[in-house]
Ligand binder design. Structure first.
Ligand SMILES: C[S@@+](CC[C@H](N)C(=O)[O-])C[C@H]1O[C@@H](n2cnc3c(N)ncnc32)[C@H](O)[C@@H]1O
Length: 272
């Protein structure tokens, strides 16, 4: 479980006040109607991970998600992936995230899209998931474990939530062959809050938690973002949250990819 201080640090790092207003202003600035929201016109402001909505679609296809599946999205942020899974794949999704402003804003965006019956948002810690008897077919987690050191406990917790045959679907940055990464990263200003492990170690620890790999794909090049901050629009969630630091983050991200320091993996596992 993340300590109270850890939860506070997560909220301070990721959270922002007045987020919904900033999102509406960004939508208007991008020429989109904030009163006619769709998963597509929200994508730049609610899909907060490498590869944006395309990578969510890719991961859902890789996992062969089917209508009616009950999905738990851990560290699901503002709920962009969850709403996509609901609208485009017919899933029913519960989003858990530690950052309160994301949960509140995400819940409001979900209601504005008329999806409150299919997507729920809860404040919660990935390391202490208490789902009060709710059952799931899928645990989904996209770019959410980078700040979590206790990965064995994280994946053991996911295993506890799934029945045999249930799916664990992940997109995660992992440590490449060249270390250390160049900072700032999107998720950390320095090494004290970044906890990446090499792909081989990640796969082994997930399997040891009770999973069998069905798919494991290195998508670093395919999902690569822009190489300079100029490619990150003002109306993107990355710029809204990170401000001008996004220019340094994007520059470092390009080097981290080119020099094999950070690798992005999409994978699907089955609970044994
Ligand atoms: C880069 S964002 C990704 C959000 C979302 N998965 C997406 O792809 O749009 C990382 C998210 O991880 C969440 N997070 C970090 N540590 C967490 C924890 N221990 N429990 C729950 N959420 C956590 C943050 O609050 C943040 O929303």
């Amino acid at each position: 479980m993340v300590s109270a201080r850890g939860a506070q640090a997560t909220n301070a790092y990721w959270g922002r006040s007045d987020l919904e207003r900033a999102i509406d202003a960004a939508l208007a600035g991008a020429g989109k109607n904030p009163n006619a929201l769709t998963v597509d016109n929200l994508a730049a402001v609610d899909q907060f991970h490498g590869g944006g909505k395309l990578s969510t679609d890719r991961l859902a296809r890789l996992a062969r998600l089917k209508p009616g599946m009950r999905v738990l999205d851990v560290g699901g942020g503002l709920g962009g992936p969850a709403r996509t899974l609901a609208v485009e794949h017919g899933c029913v999704v519960t989003v858990v995230d530690l950052t309160e402003s994301y949960v509140q804003t995400g819940r409001s965006l979900t209601a504005r899209l008329g999806l409150a019956d299919r997507v729920r948002h809860r404040i919660g810690d990935a390391l202490a998931l208490d789902m009060e008897g709710e059952t799931f077919d899928v645990v989904w987690t996209q770019n959410s474990g980078m700040n979590i050191a206790a990965k064995e406990a994280l994946y053991a917790g996911f295993a506890r939530l799934l029945p045999r045959g249930g799916l664990l679907v992940i997109q995660e940055p992992m440590a490449g062959p060249t270390q250390p990464p160049i900072f700032p990263l999107m998720w950390a200003r320095d090494a004290t809050t970044s906890f990446l492990r090499p792909p081989k170690e990640m796969r082994a620890l997930i399997e040891a938690a009770g999973f069998r790999a069905l798919a494991w794909e290195n998508v670093t090049a395919e999902l690569a973002g822009p190489s300079t901050g100029a490619g990150v629009p003002a109306h993107s969630i990355a710029r809204i949250v990170m401000g001008n630091l996004i220019d340094d983050i994007t520059r470092a991200g390009q080097r981290n990819r080119d020099e094999g320091r950070v690798i992005m993996i999409q994978a699907v596992f089955e609970r044994q």
